[in-house]
Write a protein of this length. Sequence first.
Length: 163
Amino acid sequence: MQKVKLKLQTPKIGRYFNLFTLLICAISLSYILMNWSSFPDLVPSHYNALGEPDDWSNKWFIFVPLLIGFVLWIGMYFLEKNPHLHNYSGLTESNIESLYKNSMLTINFIKNELLLMFSFSSLDNVQVAMGNKSLLGAWELPVVFILLLGTVAFFIVRSIKIK
């Protein structure tokens, strides 16, 4: 079947997740800006497998994770709004709207999870720079992988059920 461009709105849960994520990102940015003068000149920019910093950068580096997360969020926002560009199997006239909405929600959840993760990473870098322990330490990467892969698996199963 030819992919058809449908005019669909992001489901309510996706809009609420967008709002929540942007609010958390704004709070993270505000916290960083309000405490900027108290940060040391060097902040962690890389961690080893144990979650300990093994490379340090200028304190402006604190903004890098937020910037990466926001750029990804914007790019995925436009991808989410164009579900006809996504790849589908088993697309029919009877399931096109359901599969498009499922695909939109998949992108929405991944987009928001990434921005939340990068916001957390910026705040975690602040904590370590201030002499505190990393909040997740060596568990940060496994948690991110489990979260993202779990989301993808959930929506793949959901897509199979829709077909």
